[in-house]
Design a protein around this ligand. Structure first.
Ligand code: KIV
Length: 273
């Protein structure tokens, strides 16, 4: 397939609403590096998210809170270089959009300009409506993120399911509608009950992208390391492992180590005459 025909098929920001209208699900996956971005470039996955979950799975932090703007820019530029035809969304890290509208605009502008990605994502509800409105007005598309918002782990007291109590449920439905009204192009719903994501999805004309939010969302997102089964220790109910790269990698490392120590690698086949 040549680049022109591939690009004409590429998912753009307009496709969020078109897919929602036509009831066609949207597939989103996180990515943090060039090698996987190259693989994703050849797939039909619709959107790549450079999530600040890279703080956990790439950098080994306990939370996403330490992730910086520079780190997000570094990874997003790499991913975009590997997946030129894809819509890439960059997560705005903790405290990059909390101080003021001006600060959020400056940070988001830098993140877009220095990476070439097509949209930003930020966590939170009604408190961020003016920021979403200002970014949208500045031609920076915004993906919202409600439910379990990992940057608020200290406020939430952990990573438990959100929206189980009636009052919180009502707040989340209202927040979703406020985000749509403010101009969000789509909303990630993380770790909320099925019935709640169903109700939110039915009320919005922009798509919901679920992670731990069940099948009624308009799209789904998974973290690449979880989907590929790279991390052995993280096994929440909502993660389906489509591969076991942990075992594949471990076996490869062990075989290499053994062959080096047995002097069976490099054999003739891997040596220059
Ligand atoms: O940071 C991230 O990877 C995310 C997804 C879990 C939606 O926000």
């Amino acid at each position: 397939m040549n680049i022109a025909s591939k690009q004409s098929k590429a998912f753009t920001i307009n496709d969020f609403k078109i897919r929602k209208k036509n009831g066609i699900p949207i597939s989103v996956i996180t990515c943090f590096d060039y090698a996987f971005a190259r693989i994703l470039e050849g797939t039909d996955i619709d959107v790549i998210l450079v999530g600040d979950s890279l703080g956990n799975v790439f950098a080994g932090y306990e939370t996403t809170i330490p992730v910086t703007i520079d780190q997000m820019i570094y990874h997003s530029a790499i991913v975009k270089r590997g997946a030129l035809s894809k819509l890439v969304v960059i997560d705005m890290p903790f405290m990059s959009y909390h101080v003021s509208i001006e600060d959020a605009l400056r940070n988001a502008g830098r993140m877009i300009k220095e990476t070439g990605v097509g949209a930003v994502k930020l966590e939170g509800g009604r408190d961020f409506k003016d920021i979403i409105r200002a970014l949208t007005k500045a031609s920076i598309p915004v993906m919202g993120h409600l439910g379990l918002t990992p940057q608020s782990v200290h406020k939430l007291g952990g990573y438990s399911i959100q929206g189980r109590e009636e009052e919180q449920r009502k707040m989340l439905i209202e927040d979703a509608m406020i985000l749509e009204e403010a101009g969000a192009c789509s909303i990630v719903l993380e770790k909320i009950p099925l019935s709640l994501s169903k109700e939110i999805s039915e009320r919005l004309s922009i798509p919901t992208i679920g992670i731990g939010a069940g099948r009624f969302c308009d799209g789904q997102v998974l973290v690449i390391n979880d989907l590929l089964g790279i991390t052995k220790e993280f096994n929440p109910k909502f993660v389906k492992k489509y591969a076991d790269l942990h075992t594949v990698s471990r076996n490869a490392f062990d075989s290499y180590d053994r062959e080096v120590k047995e002097r069976s690698f490099p054999s003739e086949e891997y040596s220059y005459k």
